[in-house]
Design a protein around this ligand. Sequence first.
Ligand SMILES: Nc1ncnc2c1ncn2[C@@H]1O[C@H](COP(=O)(O)OP(=O)(O)OP(=O)(O)O)[C@@H](O)[C@H]1O
Ligand SMILES: [Mg+2]
Length: 529
Amino acid sequence: MKEYWTSLASLLGVLAFCQGILQTVFPPELRFAFLKLFNKIFHWFSSYYYFDITEIDGVNTNELYNAVQLYLSSTVSISGSRLSLTRALNSSAITFGLSNNDCMVDAFNGVTVLWEHVVTQRQSQTFSWRPLPEEKRGFTLRIKKKDKYLILNSYLDFIMDKANEIRRKNQDRLLYTNSRGGSLDSRGHPWESVPFKHPSTFDTLAMDPKVKKEIMDDLKDFANGQAFYQKTGRAWKRGYLLYGPPGTGKSSMIAAMANFLGYDIYDLELTEVHTNSELRKLLMKTSSKSIIVIEDIDCSINLTNRKSKGGGGGASARTYYDSMEMRGGGGGVSVPGEEGGGGNSITLSGLLNFTDGLWSCCGSERIFVFTTNHIEKLDPALLRSGRMDMHIFMSHCSFPALKILLKNYLGYEEGDLDEEIGKEFEGVLEKAGMTPADVSEVLIKNRRDKGNAVRELLEALKARAEKNNVAGGSREKVNGGHDLEEEEEEEQEKRALESPKEEGCDFVEDSCKKGDEKDPKEDNEIIEK
Ligand SMILES: Nc1ncnc2c1ncn2[C@@H]1O[C@H](COP(=O)(O)OP(=O)(O)OP(=O)(O)O)[C@@H](O)[C@H]1O
Ligand SMILES: [Mg+2]
């Protein structure tokens, strides 16, 4: 042991001596060239390649460094000896990663690589427009020379993808709104955002399980469908139209979709948008992996103002749509004297371009969701194939949906419900036409006493069915005997709350009484376009 230390000391002495000679005898340029040569010789004989990924590349933050850090945080096990913990802004998760100057081994496609996190003190503050951190950080990747061409590019791509995925999972999703009208914030953004914390999931959503599964599969296919959309030359986007009476879970479904895919939501308030170009700008400022929502679309399109621009019956399709002014509260700003709205207001054409036109594909992986209480009021142009890919009917509470609510609110498992009571529920649910929102109200109120909750609900359903039955003879009914008047009242209340000065909705009521309604189906249903 003693000999080992003596030989090490003498080796260091020789090296220091050589360095001293180098420093005194040779000028700096020559010394630099010598070191470069030494490095080259060393690498010539080494069987590894080394790649440095520094935190700051010149003055810009190196995206790859952040990605590697995140990626390694997902592969490092908590049992490691020393780990660094971080919690990013707007994140609810803590990530852990390699501590300073620690190493770890990773494997990709059967190839083993070594990562080292190198942290050194920055010598002196070099001139920079922005202050640089005191420490120089970077990762060094060591790959066997023979493996470099085998994996390097695909490995780095894999790391970038993985990091994006982790970032999305860790980060709280955001709910954006354009309530500021057309004005921009200090960073030139038209959207305002808040953390999105809606607890609705597909598990909590009460609807026909078969339809639910179909929707979930469709969403999964969409999210994993980059190659498919590329191959078929389609823009990577999908449209869903959710329709049905108030309180059947349309908004809850949107939240469940966002939670399922981990997407942000852009809640587009059409009444705050004044022109088509403003609409386009809003679209351009949305990010990919997002759901763009227009709620109550029937309330934003004024069908009563529908006229063919230019008077001639032969107006082009575009001009025809352009003449359909979109409005609501303080909605479309019409050019004086130009009835029907000219280029100074939002048109149906503008909306169709928003979802369907060339602009709709700036960015990718986006879902459009429109909701309405009255599908029959929507312009057929909006319903045509390719616009809204799936039409999903959100129905009154059916028996399968009730079982989900009983499970979620009272903890009833399959088979817990008495068979007789089950049959009674089945018999009365359709006639009662209560929404999941109504049913959950009764369950919440009585949730401390399961038995009582079920009894109360049954009574409420029977009373509602009876009421519908009595009213059935004297009043026009649609929706298979459901209390239309109550639904309309509910809708009007909603609209009054949403926009007290809104006049654009009058037509809904009018046309609702026209009697052109079709009989909506009882259960949830999907129509794929
Ligand atoms: N299908 C459902 N599954 C679970 N809960 C539901 C469902 N439908 C409604 N609810 C409950 O009722 C409340 C209102 O539902 P939601 O806002 O999703 O209805 P909506 O269809 O969007 O109504 P509106 O047409 O008035 O916008 C929700 O908070 C939710 O708790
Ligand atoms: Mg809603």
